[in-house]
Design a protein around this ligand. Structure first.
Ligand SMILES: Cc1cc2nc3c(=O)[nH]c(=O)nc-3n(C[C@H](O)[C@H](O)[C@H](O)COP(=O)(O)O)c2cc1C
Length: 364
């Protein structure tokens, strides 16, 4: 792993997460890179989190004993060494032949919780068997409820401890890079029943077929329905409005993820970091609140924690790590952000997560 961690003084190529993207871009087929890196429409939302996060300033306190900064926390009762989780993303086989098996090994090596996408290249059971780390299962808003329930049952049997229901993906966005590239998504092992006819088509055709398997009619009663049928807690992912977070919690969600799907769904949507305070206020402690979208630095993570998030999820950086170095690359990326968070907390005079408060940030 030595050539993949920034503590090696000789390695000046992989110093931050952007370097992992650069490395992955060199290694990947350009259309595969575009599929992972790209967003919807004009990709305005893809760029927004960076600007929003950079505009938030940190207000450090000094002369605090920060000999030890404790990053450990829990998410839905599961202990994790840091408030950094792996977001669900499909098709890891594009980035590395071992796909999610390597992602799972890299995440587990660092104790990081992995949310496995139902669009994974490998069956969810094989991913579970590949490494003994904490894991949740992503489930899409499938029109075929029996198929959705079947996924959940398989997740329960394979030791997944929560269901991450993605609520911002009813309609396939227009992802222009994919259309131009005539991108073909490989078949998703876990969705062969519902999507055999739809997951492996290119461009606009893929969009239309996706639309056929996702449930445009779904309302919060979908969460109710699922909550009644599984003992696993439900995480509603893809919320950008306080009012929706309230409805999600009322419908039975134990946690919400403030997310715009990494800028891959509704273009010009508000940046998740901008929506976070409203969601935190609306939830009022009744559920856990996480956030994702554009987090690339430890200071970014600290800002989210200061604004009330319990944890931050990383999407693309994990795939870049996977492409750059398999399981070791995944672990290196996760450890790099964790290390940056620890340093940022120390420089802000914050020896524990409990010490982090809104006082730490100045929001424009
Ligand atoms: C290639 C790729 C595939 C994704 N697949 C899913 C998915 O299957 N389900 C889901 O809820 N989100 C999916 N996402 C969105 C991520 O979970 C996450 O919200 C987003 O990537 C976070 O932004 P970041 O990439 O800037 O960290 C995907 C993202 C990417 C880049």
């Amino acid at each position: 792993m030595t050539d993949l961690v920034n503590t090696d003084p000789v390695n000046t190529d992989l110093v931050n997460l952007a370097d992992y993207e650069t490395r992955a871009r060199e290694l990947l087929d350009p259309a595969a890179y575009d599929y992972i890196a790209g967003g919807a429409d004009a990709e305005v939302s893809l760029a927004l989190p960076r600007r929003a996060l950079d505009a938030i300033r940190l207000r450090p306190r000094v002369m605090v004993d920060v000999t030890v900064c404790d990053l450990a926390t829990t998410v839905l009762g599961t202990p994790v060494p840091a408030p950094i989780l792996v977001a669900p993303s499909g098709d890891h086989g594009i980035a590395h032949p071992d796909g999610e098996l390597a992602t799972a090994r890299g995440a587990a090596a660092t104790g990081t919780l992995l949310v496995v996408s139902s669009g994974a290249t490998y069956p969810l059971e094989e991913i579970a068997a590949a490494a003994d780390g904490p894991r949740w299962l992503h489930v899409p808003l499938l029109r075929d409820r029996a198929a959705a329930l079947d996924l959940v049952r398989r997740g329960e049997a394979a030791g997944y401890t929560a269901v991450c229901l993605t609520v911002d993906h009813k309609v396939m966005a227009k992802r222009e890079r994919n259309i131009r590239n005539r991108w073909t998504t490989p078949p998703a092992a876990n969705l062969s029943g519902v999507a055999a006819a739809g997951w492996d088509l290119d461009g606009t055709a893929m969009r239309r077929r996706f639309d056929a398997v996702l449930d445009r009619s779904a309302t919060w009663s979908y969460v109710d329905w699922l909550a009644e049928r599984t003992p696993l807690p439900i995480v509603a992912k893809g919320i950008l409005a306080g009012a929706d977070a309230d409805l999600a919690v009322r419908a039975g969600a134990a946690a919400v993820v403030v997310s715009d799907h990494g800028g891959r769904q509704l273009d010009t949507a508000i940046a998740p970091i901008e929506a976070l305070p409203e969601v935190v206020a609306s939830v009022g402690g009744r559920a856990e609140v996480y956030v994702d979208g554009g987090f690339r630095r430890g200071t970014d993570v600290l800002k989210a924690l200061a604004l009330g998030a319990r944890a931050v999820l990383l999407g693309r950086p994990v795939i870049w790590g996977l492409a750059a170095g398999g399981a070791d690359g995944v672990a290196a990326v996760l450890l790099m952000v964790r290390d940056e968070l620890e340093r940022a907390m120390a420089m802000c005079g914050l020896p524990s997560l409990a010490a982090i408060s809104p006082e730490v940030v100045k929001v424009p």
